[in-house]
Design a protein around this ligand. Sequence first.
Ligand code: PGA
Length: 257
Amino acid sequence: MNKKIIIANWKMALTFSQTESLVKDIVDGLRNINFEKIDLVLCPSFPALPLVNKIIENSGLPIFLGSQNVFWEERGSYTGEVSPLVLKELGVSHVIIGHSERRLRLKETDEMIHKKVRVALANKLVPIVCVGETIEERDDKRKDMVIVKQVSYGVEGFNLNADDSFIIAYEPVWAIGSGQAVDPAELIKIIFTIKQRMVDIFGLEAVEKKSQIIYGGSIDSKNINNFVKKEVDGYLIGGASLNPQEFLKILKILSEV
Ligand code: PGA
């Protein structure tokens, strides 16, 4: 896969009206950006999905809609949860699963994440499975173990159909929102570790055809060039995607490399 995928994760940073003006600014700025080299996924909060979908549709641009979470059942007595069926109806194509903020603050477990990946694949939503170590795990030299365990729980046990695809996002917890991204040379090694685990599970051909391994954690327009490597299939961007000028700068750089 040659195209880089760029996923904007807006977390719970914006109100409804702020989301509207951000999407409009991004869409306006995208008119002179070449989509041949990039895929773009916008992930607003749940209530803003229809709004963002409408703006994307009206723009005629090939932008994908993503959600920041999904529940692991399609329907039932699960107060407050959101079904994959609803997400599909709203035009969602990608879903972030197991973001560290959910793992740590909402106590999402590897088992829950596994079930969410299952329901996403069953509904033809592309799972974006987030993995990554905390600073304590890194200091204890358990980084690779943690990542391999999270990848294994995330994707093991599934049969991938011809049209399935999934994304693993390596997001070290200490790099998220901290202004301190991972060292790019180290990132390549970690990507090989993740890829090897996925090849063990699915085989090389399936991994090369159906999966992407991306990076997230303090990516901005100043450091993005350091992360433009053939091994890095894309980027999950939080803070820098909330500022339209900054985000468009990143998209421009990636569409021209
Ligand atoms: P950041 O967030 O780009 O602000 O570090 C990334 C993420 O949490 O997905």
